[in-house]
Design a binder for this molecule. Structure first.
Ligand SMILES: Cc1cc2nc3c(=O)[nH]c(=O)nc-3n(C[C@H](O)[C@H](O)[C@H](O)COP(=O)(O)O)c2cc1C
Length: 406
């Protein structure tokens, strides 16, 4: 990485069983302020449009509303909000994001996703295929961009965009004056179609890779795709998810890790794997060898082909029981987990920051509130001491860090 790595945090929905649950707006704002004070560049809001049994007992916020409230209270960092291109309309979203850009003086970014569930909440009996979702996503992003420019370079000359396709028909111009800064657009699908969309339309990507060689492979695919669709030699900025778990000793850190996930039942973990793989495994005993012969051709996976492909590869390289697969693959959704003392975790993040295959991190905060403090109080100061986390001085230079890489 030639320039300082980008650091953003993602507050994770709490899992039951912690000693304390911090899930109010005041708690979330306190995290955003700590992120700003710690020198981070962004605060990332994930989202789900579906009921999630494990998490729905806690307060969660619709991310556009939350972004508005947070932006009015932090001064330098960017708030990045996740938006589904499958279950929204771009005119609404362009209006919301434009309003947020005005509220936050441009410090808003968006992580566009194609969604892997929630269809029955939007009048559909089946989730559209990945190809349909990605085709609509590309047009959706294009319409949001066109609406953002629909008042002309001087924002004085509102002009219809007259966008018309099978998926979207939008006359324009935008009903509110666009913000002067171009919207910061990211995306996080990892299948070949997701990578292609990122190459065409995203300034940054959010990616999950548990190991260096998987990170490198994603990076190679992304840069190869970008080189075929971009004439200016740029590629999206690559932000990799990383979940730190810190203890006073290595053993205690692993104990924390086990305790954190121990509260999620085996049945719930199995349900998640079945959903990703699109198969029923209810008749397989936890200790039985994983029945690889049941795996569907990857082209038949509708919900999360990118995630399924990484599980297929994991199964190819490891002979596992069903329980082992469930345990290793449900934690942190395929993101890299780094477990150890604050010094060990800081050393490992410093090492990863030196890889050429990423530009920064999305730090997934622990799902137990009592483990979050050590990330802010012990890990981030160590990353600053090591010269890895370098705070930008103002909002403009913070935002500039997300700009396209060559
Ligand atoms: C790193 C990462 C983060 C994601 N975050 C979200 C999210 O917050 N909400 C969501 O609905 N989908 C999220 N997605 C999933 C997308 O909705 C995407 O549709 C799904 O992964 C299927 O596309 P793919 O097979 O191309 O990855 C995420 C995916 C990745 C890889």
């Amino acid at each position: 990485m030639a320039t300082p790595p980008i650091f953003t945090v993602l507050p994770s929905p709490p899992l039951a069983g912690g000693t304390e649950i911090r899930d109010s707006f005041t708690d979330t704002l306190a995290l955003a302020r700590r992120a700003e004070e710690s020198g981070l560049d962004g605060f990332f809001l994930a989202d789900s449009l579906d009921y999630e049994p494990a998490f729905s007992s806690h307060t969660r916020f619709e991310p556009l509303s939350l972004a508005g409230a947070l932006l009015s209270c932090v001064e330098r960092i960017n708030v990045i909000t996740t938006i589904s291109t499958t279950f929204n309309h771009p005119y609404h979203i362009a209006r919301s994001l434009t309003s947020l850009a005005h509220i936050g003086q441009g410090r808003i970014g968006v992580n566009f996703v194609t969604s892997f569930g929630g269809e029955q909440n939007f009048g559909l009996t089946e989730l559209p295929t990945p190809d349909e979702r990605y085709a609509r996503a590309e047009e959706f992003i294009e319409v949001v961009r066109q609406l953002g420019r629909s008042w002309g370079p001087e924002t004085q000359d509102p002009t219809p965009i007259n966008y018309s396709s099978d998926y979207l028909k939008v006359k324009g111009p935008l009903s509110i004056k666009p913000h002067k800064d171009e919207l910061l657009v990211g995306q996080s699908g990892q299948s070949p179609a997701g990578i292609e969309l990122a190459a065409k339309a995203a300034q940054f990507v959010f990616t999950a890779a548990q190991l260096d060689h998987l990170q490198q492979r994603y990076f190679d695919a992304l840069t190869a795709s970008a080189s075929t669709v971009r004439a200016d030699g740029t590629r999206p900025t690559v932000l990799s998810g990383l979940a730190p778990i810190i203890g006073d000793t290595t053993e205690q850190a692993w104990e924390h890790e086990r305790a954190m996930w121990g509260t999620l039942s085996y049945e719930e973990q199995l349900r998640r794997i079945e959903e990703v793989l699109g198969i029923d495994l209810s008749d397989v005993e936890p200790g039985d060898r994983f029945p690889r012969e049941r795996l569907l051709p990857i082209e038949d996976i509708v919900r999360r082909p990118g995630r399924a492909a990484s599980i297929y590869e994991f199964l190819e390289n490891n002979d596992l029981s069903l329980a082992e697969l469930v345990r290793t693959q449900t934690r942190h959704n395929g993101h890299r987990t780094v477990v150890g003392t604050a010094d060990q975790v800081a050393d490992e993040i410093s090492r990863i920051a030196g890889l050429a295959s990423l530009d920064g991190f999305i730090i997934l905060l622990p799902k137990r509130s009592e483990l979050v403090d050590s990330v802010f109080d012990e890990l981030f100061p160590r990353l600053s001491d090591r010269g890895v986390l370098i705070a930008a001085t103002d909002a403009e230079s913070t935002r500039a860090r997300f700009a396209r890489r060559g």
